[in-house]
Design a protein around this ligand. Structure first.
Ligand code: S3P
Length: 451
C-alpha cells in the first residue's frame, strides 16, 4: 500500500481575480511514462528532457529499473540504458505502481508475455480499478493470470514460452488497452494487430515508430484504425523532449477563464489532436484561448496558449469528442458551473473507472458546493451561475477526492470563482501528476492553501 492511503492533506481555495503570469507546465504524463518504458526496453541510450517527475511516472521508472534498465539524471536530462527488446529481467519483488493506471496497465502488456512471474500492486484507488480490459487480450496471447475477484490487483502474470500474436478489436475507447496489446506484441513473434474503432491518444504508435519498431497504421473510410506491429524487432535508444501536459494545462487554463480580468500565458503545450478536445470545447463556450506560435517539436504539435478571463455559455458537448478530453471532464464540469445556461456532457461511461468514479465524485462535489447538476448513467448536466453567487461551501465542508488528483485540482479551481471557499479533503494526491500545481497557481495569484 502506498503512502496516500494514510496522509490526507486538506486544502482550500478562495475567490481570486486577475490571475496573471507566464508559465511552463511540466511534461506530459502519457509521453513521460512511455519515454521511461521504451527507453528502458530499447538497446543503447535514451536521453529524456522535460520529463514529468510526478509520482506516477517515477513508479514506472522504478519498475523499469527492477526489470534491468538503468536510469540516472544528469542535470535536467534523464539518461536511460535499456535492456534491448525481449531482454527484460524478472523483477525480484512486486512492481508497485501506486496510483497509476497507465504505468500498471502498459507494463502488464510490456512484461506480461515474458516466461516468468510478474506481480503488480498499487494503492487503494488502483486496486479498485478493473484490469480485465488488459488481462483479457493477454490471456488470448497465452498469459496465465492470478488476480483478485473482478480481475483487480494484486495481479500476477506469467507468459508462455512463446506468446501467440493476436488481432484484437479494442472494446472500449482506451489508449491504455491499445498500448498494452501493442507492447505485448513487441515480445511476440509475427504480427500483432489492434483494431481501434474510435481513435484515442496515439503516443504509443508514434513513439514506437520513433524507437524503430516495425509498426504501421491504416485508417479505414469509417475512421476505424488498424495498427500492425511486427514483434521481436530491435528498438534503439532515442532523444525525447517531452512537451507540456495538456491535461495539467487544463487547470490553470480554466482558472484564468473563470477569474475576472485574468491574462495568462502557458508555454510549450502539447497540441496533439487526440488531446485538444477541452480547448475546442471551451472556445465554443466563449473562452478566450489564443493559440500562439504553433510548431512541431520531436514529432508532436506544440503551441503556447494565451488565456483571458471570459464569460462562458453552456453548450452540449458531442459524445464523440470524449476520447480527446477524457481526463478533462472534471474541470470542464467546474467551468460549466460558471457558464450561463446549461452544459450537457454525454458519452462519459469511461469516467466511472478512472482514479475514482469521476462522474459520481464530480456530481457530489458540485452539489456540496451549491451547483445545480444532474448525474446520469453516462452523462452529466450542469446549470451555471456566472456570478458564482451562492457557490462554494461557507461551512468549510470538504469535497471527497477519493485519491483522485484531478478531482482535487478541479475543485480547488472552482474555489477561485465561487462566492464561498471550496475545500478538498486532500491535496497530497496531486503530486501523482502535477507536483508544482500549488506553487504555480500561487505564482499566478490564486488563493489556494493547505488547511
Ligand atoms: C492514458 C489513457 C487514458 C487516460 C489516462 C492516460 C494513456 O486512459 O485517461 O490518464 O496514457 O494511455 P484510458 O486508456 O483508460 O482511457
Amino acid at each position: 500500500m502506498t503512502a496516500h492511503a494514510q496522509t490526507l492533506r486538506p486544502a482550500r481555495a478562495r475567490r481570486s481575480t486577475a490571475l496573471s503570469g507566464d508559465i511552463r507546465i511540466a511534461g506530459d504524463k502519457s509521453i513521460s511514462h512511455r519515454a521511461f518504458m521504451f527507453g528502458g526496453l530499447a538497446r543503447g541510450e535514451t536521453r529524456i528532457t522535460g520529463l514529468l517527475e510526478g509520482e506516477d511516472v517515477l513508479n514506472t521508472g522504478k519498475a523499469m529499473a527492477a526489470m534491468g534498465a538503468t536510469l540516472r539524471k544528469e542535470d535536467d536530462c534523464w539518461v536511460i540504458n535499456g535492456t534491448g527488446n525481449g531482454c527484460l529481467l524478472a523483477p525480484d519483488g512486486p512492481l508497485d505502481f501506486g496510483n497509476a493506471g497507465t504505468g500498471c496497465r502498459l507494463t502488464m502488456g510490456l512484461v506480461g508475455v515474458y516466461d516468468f512471474d510478474t506481480t503488480f500492486v498499487g494503492d487503494a484507488s488502483l486496486s479498485r480499478r478493473p484490469m480485465g480490459r488488459v488481462i483479457d487480450p493477454l490471456r488470448l496471447m497465452g498469459v496465465q493470470v492470478t488476480a483478485q475477484p473482478g480481475d483487480r490487483l494484486p495481479v500476477t502474470l506469467r507468459g508462455p514460452r512463446v506468446a501467440a500474436p493476436i488481432a484484437y478489436r479494442v472494446p472500449m475507447p482506451s489508449a491504455q488497452v491499445k498500448s498494452a496489446v501493442l507492447l505485448a506484441g513487441l515480445n511476440t513473434p509475427g504480427i500483432t494487430s489492434v483494431i481501434e474503432p474510435v481513435m484515442t491518444r496515439d503516443h504509443t504508435e508514434k513513439m514506437l515508430q520513433g524507437f524503430g519498431a516495425a509498426l504501421d497504421v491504416e485508417t479505414g473510410p469509417d475512421g476505424v484504425r488498424t495498427i500492425r506491429l511486427e514483434g521481436q524487432g530491435a528498438l534503439t535508444g532515442q532523444h525525447i523532449d517531452v512537451p507540456g501536459d495538456p491535461s495539467s494545462t487544463a487547470f490553470p487554463l480554466v482558472a484564468a477563464l473563470l477569474a475576472d480580468g485574468s491574462d495568462v500565458l502557458i508555454r510549450n503545450v502539447l497540441m496533439n489532436p487526440t488531446r485538444t478536445g477541452l480547448i475546442q470545447t471551451l472556445r465554443e463556450m466563449g473562452g478566450s484561448i489564443e493559440v500562439l506560435d504553433p510548431r512541431l517539436a520531436g514529432g508532436e504539435d506544440v503551441a503556447d496558449l494565451r488565456v483571458r478571463g471570459s464569460r462562458l455559455k453552456g453548450i452540449t458537448v458531442p459524445p464523440d469528442r470524449a476520447p480527446s478530453m477524457i481526463d478533462e471532464y472534471p474541470v470542464l464540469a467546474v467551468a460549466s458551473a460558471f457558464a450561463e445556461g446549461e452544459t450537457v456532457m454525454r458519452g462519459l461511461d469511461e469516467l466511472r473507472v478512472k482514479e475514482s468514479d469521476r462522474l459520481a465524485a464530480v456530481a457530489r462535489g458540485l452539489e456540496l458546493n451549491g451547483v445545480d447538476c444532474t448525474e446520469g448513467e453516462d452523462w452529466l448536466s450542469v446549470r451555471g451561475r456566472p456570478d458564482g453567487k451562492g457557490l462554494g461551501n461557507a461551512k468549510g465542508e470538504a469535497v471527497a477526492t477519493h485519491l483522485d488528483h484531478r478531482i482535487a485540482m478541479s475543485f480547488l479551481i472552482m474555489g477561485l470563482a465561487s462566492q464561498h471557499p471550496v475545500t478538498v479533503d486532500d491535496c497530497a494526491i496531486i503530486a501523482t501528476s502535477f507536483p508544482e500545481f500549488m506553487q504555480l497557481m500561487g505564482e499566478l495569484g490564486a488563493a489556494i492553501e493547505e488547511v
